[in-house]
Design a protein around this ligand. Sequence first.
Ligand SMILES: Cc1cc2nc3c(=O)[nH]c(=O)nc-3n(C[C@H](O)[C@H](O)[C@H](O)COP(=O)(O)OP(=O)(O)OC[C@H]3O[C@@H](n4cnc5c(N)ncnc54)[C@H](O)[C@@H]3O)c2cc1C
Length: 300
Amino acid sequence: MNFGFTPEAEKIRSEVRSFFEKEVTPDLVREITLNTGATGPGIGRKFVQKMGAKGWLCPTWPKEYGGLNYSEVIGFIIRDEMAYAGGPVSLVGATMAGPSILKFATDEMKKQYLPRIARGEIEMILGYTEPQAGSDLASLEIRAEDKGDHFLINGQKMFNTHAHFAEYHWLGAKTDTSVQKHKGISLIIVDMKSPGITVRPMITIAGGKTNEVFYDNVKVPKKNVVGEMNRGFYYIMTALDFERMLPFGGMRRILDELLRYTKETKQDGEPLSKNPIIRQKLAQIAIEIEVTYSLYYQLA
Ligand SMILES: Cc1cc2nc3c(=O)[nH]c(=O)nc-3n(C[C@H](O)[C@H](O)[C@H](O)COP(=O)(O)OP(=O)(O)OC[C@H]3O[C@@H](n4cnc5c(N)ncnc54)[C@H](O)[C@@H]3O)c2cc1C
């Protein structure tokens, strides 16, 4: 049995690795760190546009929407090499909202958003969490009232990570209060420039930036609903499944750096890498990383 990758996958891995070694600069890594894993508005945007030009931002999507029709395994390899190099791990449009649009939205909505996401021109923000709705997401309260051809949206989100620079909110909002909680939620794409939206920064204990987002009588066209009305909770669950494929290469990078450090650093004249306790700890980390990769490939 062959557990290796196809020659095509290996060729792509080596191409993207050389690209990321050159393009992931210390300035880009700084911007990504400040933006809690996202690209950020400056050099990050230019970086994703270079990836988009090669088709590597959304490589598994059909060509008509800016992809390359690659397999999920190859898509994961590209993102994982990017994460190993220190590139962005959190690309909401390309890896969470976009794949959900591809699965659930109308052709019109696909044409409106997917090619721009795949070119790196627009980014989205996950608009799920609220002060009283985290793990229990179905308890969200932000209200989208039906006003005929549009919704009037009022309420608050928090921990919405890219809201200080991204163009669109991928918003979970209550559209029916007369049914069970999870059956009255719709997923709506909102232009962040809409009047009535206020974004306020929240800085995490680790120094990363996320945000609170306030809606005060925000008018949003009803055609911005993704898929069917009141099916939003189910679409969010699918988008969360896509999110579980966030790349893992950063952990592999840390292990490689630890290995190098233990080989170069001596204690009592011996490299740390000869110490049996340290060797055992490193082996345990390596095993856990390997097991995680097996899970990821199975998921892909
Ligand atoms: C840096 C950062 C970025 C984020 N970015 C985004 C974003 O972009 N968009 C977005 O929408 N959200 C975002 N989040 C929010 C994140 O998804 C929520 O923090 C998460 O959903 C958990 O919600 P909570 O913080 O309210 O914790 P809670 O739901 O209050 O949970 C607190 C603790 O209680 C435990 N717990 C909860 N319910 C139960 C139960 N029934 N039984 C046993 N234990 C339970 C949990 O496991 C946890 O340990 C971000 C969070 C952080 C920290």
